[in-house]
Design a protein around this ligand. Sequence first.
Ligand code: URA
Length: 302
Amino acid sequence: QRNVYRDTNAVPRNFDSTTLHLGLKEGQIASRILTVGCPGRAGLIAKVLDKSSPIFSHTSPRGFTTYTGTFERTRVSIIAIGMGMPMMDFLVREARQLVSKPLLITRFGTCGALCPDVAVGSVVVASPGSVSVMRNPDAFLPLPTPSGTSADEIDPIATGGAPHVRPPYLVFAPQLADPVLTQALLGELKEQLGSEHVRRGMNVSACSFYSSQGRRDAFFDDRNEDLLDVLRERHPSLASMEMESFQLLALARASRESVRAAAASIVVANRPTGDVCDEARLAYLERAGGEAMVRALVRFED
Ligand code: URA
């Protein structure tokens, strides 16, 4: 009977040498990576790859779709990872394991805008970087009762005082994007889409699409009524909100200088005005913006 995989205390591999989540092995992924959320968007952007070179494509059982080919004769991978910080963690760590050269990773996702003047159908480049907001489950523990067990007895290593004084959301300090790669993204996106449709701003990555993005849902105790105001007060340059860029930038910082990263996102919704992008504009931005993102990546001199 064979084990399901090997090397559980490092970066595990399947027995065909592929990593567990991306489902890729050496040679199937480039050192220049554009990551997106949606597999459809990856497929759309992959249409710009050179037709003269072979294009490798693979969808892993864990939901990662990869296209590796060339653009202007430079190797590049376009990888759809789905949503959320753990998916970004799988991508960055497994890609790092599979490629010997320094990595350049950019993200082209979708986001909600946090101020009325960031229009739906525009693109925000995360500059200078991204903060993060996480729901703090300790704040939702039951309050101590006179007769019964207190939350602190249930959770003796909890920090930050009793549940009623713990903040329901924790905000983490900015992680900075690579300034040179960011400038390259801004240049190509402005050239392709028109400078009036591209701006820079601080991003915030949330741990949920719902509670920590301030969405209301009466089925859950979320205590998030003033969350977006608190975030805007703390970081006045906040423009966009999504769920992945912070993790990408934080891992690049932790990578002992072996990963350079930057991020941009299409504004699909404006939270203060309630506007939502139409389908045709989104499809245009995915294709044209995606091509600009690939061009920035392959022309970047590292
Ligand atoms: N992605 C998010 O995480 N939030 C939004 O509001 C839109 C896209």
